[in-house]
Design a protein around this ligand. Structure first.
Ligand code: PEP
Ligand code: MG
Length: 577
């Protein structure tokens, strides 16, 4: 029987394929006593789980793509070594005998003991090994529970499948990018979560917020994912398959038509030139940027270099990534955003572990983390400055709240410039320095901050989250996530006006800029520069090239005076018609 299930479509497109279910939820571990005669069997079950874990890791290590951006090989080697260590192989068996308990419980007891020892270590490197132990133990526990899939790591089993998971972190999504998955669907997650953004930039259809979907889907079921409508069809009938295959063909044709815009300039009907750049997460994303005819990067999210690895990247690794982007741009500009870790973009690094933050999005994130942990920040700043000698580089800081942070950043940059100069390392002394407008405080004070920076870029994903007090990753409040909320529009307008008054460039790199419905409104509000997902690049160019500035400004002003969202939507529909 076919079934339609509804969620939030976060990445457009249609995919038809078999489902690959990823069990990510933590396994529940209970203790039970075993009769004497079953102890040997339990030991054998544990040893078998160890053997499967070893097999899984060896399998993965032979299939790591050569161009992978994360240091998976070292991680896997470390895990394999642990599987040979008596602390994890012999002691749990002793515990099974001693307590006559199940293997899961014996392993848990031993894991707790090891973790406690690691936690007492002051050496950050050694204490970080705790994560490895936990990951290896989780792998064994999952095997003991009968889960045979390999989450988190690259596997060819994912190729040409539709991945279904309870939730996917941005780090998981990064792992998936190499594996030719057709689409993904999750039970949790919001439309501007970083996972959703990655799906869009990878160009794979995705649906999130499919609450309680799992009982309806069996491994290997045939699914249709409609990322436009946020609908999943489970075991679809022939008629649905025919319809969606036809839609896929139409989509393909439309993309071919859009491709014709690749070399045309971005300019409105009345001749207003517009800057259109692309957002990237990895140097490899430049392939998609080039495919769309993009000549500049308006947002390079560098924090993805930190994910799925034990040690943060060093200066050379940063530099190498930036160099690759700069070279591929052949003189085009790149705005390198300093790392924005924290909130949903966590790293495997125990240095920042402590009690879990109650509100991670309001906690030690982005520039706050960088100013606190300058060992993380300075190598990146050095690399950006050095990269500025190679091309048109701009440096951008995320989540700045006001002037005081700017003073702190400025002092660090001065220090680094002196250091580079003393080593005769070259950099662009005039490299533009800008900030993101993604905290309401920044938008409200934009007139005060603008004189001290070279440019601004509006990050609507966070600006909306913080203005409307809704977690961008939480599907339960997704219905409140509204770029057209009068408060959001007014903050955008304030920022544009502040920048225009001082003649400082302002752009928008949040997802609102990648949504064709908002382009004319933003043009009317005075915005002349956009940075968008490579996948949406040509569609946005099409809308801009079909827009006439005449009359857009008064209509945008009319919208700014409206309190009812229905009225706003209705007027916007007229503008877009
Ligand atoms: C934003 O907040 O709009 C933005 C572009 O940054 P990120 O999505 O990486 O938080
Ligand atoms: Mg942001």
């Amino acid at each position: 029987m076919s079934l339609a299930l509804h969620g939030i479509g976060v990445s457009k497109g249609i995919a038809i394929g078999r489902v690959h279910i990823i069990h990510r939820e933590p396994v529940e571990i209970n203790e039970y006593c075993l009769p004497e005669q079953h102890i040997e069997d339990e030991v054998a079950r544990f040893e078998n789980a160890l053997a499967i874990a070893r097999e899984q890791l060896l399998h993965i290590s032979t299939r790591i793509p050569k161009d992978t951006t994360v240091d998976i090989a070292t991680l896997i080697d470390a895990h394999l070594l642990m599987l040979d260590d008596s602390l994890l192989t012999k002691v749990p068996i002793d515990l099974i005998y001693k307590h006559q308990c199940n293997a899961e419980w014996a392993l848990k007891m031993q894991c707790d003991t090891i973790v406690q020892i690691f936690e007492k270590m002051s050496d950050p490197y050694l204490s970080a090994r705790k994560n490895d132990v936990e990951q290896v133990v989780t792998r064994i526990q999952r095997i003991l529970h009968g889960y045979t899939d390999i989450p988190y790591e690259p596997t060819e089993a994912l190729a040409n499948t539709i991945v279904l998971a309870d939730d996917l972190s941005p780090a998981d999504t990064v792992f998936m990018q190499h594996h030719g998955i057709l689409a993904f669907a999750t039970e949790f997650g919001g439309s501007t979560s970083h996972t959703a953004i990655l799906a869009r930039s990878l160009g794979i259809p995705a649906i999130v917020g499919l609450r309680r979907i799992r009982p309806y889907i069996q491994p290997d079921d045939l699914l249709i994912v409609d990322g436009f409508q946020g609908v999943i069809l489970v075991t679809p009938n022939e008629r649905s398959l025919r319809y969606y295959r036809m839609r896929q063909r139409e989509q393909k044709r439309y993309r071919v038509t859009l491709g014709k815009l690749k070399t045309t300039p971005t300019i409105t009907i009345d001749g207003t030139p517009i800057t259109l750049h692309a957002n990237i997460e990895f140097p490899e994303d430049m392939i998609a940027v080039k495919r769309a005819g993009g000549e500049g990067v308006g947002l390079y999210r560098t924090e993805f270099l930190f994910m799925n690895r034990q040690q943060p990247p060093d200066e050379e690794e940063h530099f190498d990534a930036y160099r690759r982007v700069i070279q591929s741009l052949k003189g085009g500009p790149v705005t390198i955003r300093t790392l924005d870790l924290g909130a949903d973009k966590q790293i495997v690094d125990s240095r920042h572990e402590g009690p879990l933050a109650t509100n991670p999005a309001l906690g030690l994130r982005a520039i706050r983390l960088c100013l606190k942990d300058q060992k993380l920040f300075k190598p990146q700043l050095r690399a950006i400055l050095r990269a500025s000698a190679l091309g048109k580089v701009r440096m951008m800081i995320p989540m700045v709240c006001g002037f005081q942070e700017l003073v702190q950043i400025d002092n660090i940059i001065k220090e680094i410039r002196d250091e580079l100069q003393s080593k005769s390392q070259t950099f662009d002394p005039d490299m533009p320095f800008g900030v993101m407008v993604e905290v309401p405080a920044m938008a409200i004070c934009s007139d005060l901050v603008t004189p001290h920076v070279d440019f601004l870029s509006i990050g609507t994903n966070d600006l909306i989250q913080y203005t409307l007090a809704i977690d961008r990753g939480d599907e339960a409040v997704n219905y409140l996530y509204d770029p057209l909320h009068p408060a959001v529009l007014r903050l955008i307008k304030m920022s544009i006006d502040a920048a225009n008054k001082t003649g400082k460039p302002i752009s928008m790199c949040g997802e609102m800029a990648s949504d064709s419905r908002y382009i004319r409104l933003l043009l009317g509000l005075g915005l002349r520069s956009f940075s968008v997902n490579p996948e949406d690049f040509l569609e946005i160019k099409r809308v801009i090239n079909n827009s006439n500035m005449n009359g857009l400004e008064p209509l945008a002003h009319q919208i700014l005076e409206m309190s009812s969202q229905i009225e706003i939507i209705n007027l916007l529909e007229t503008i877009n018609a």
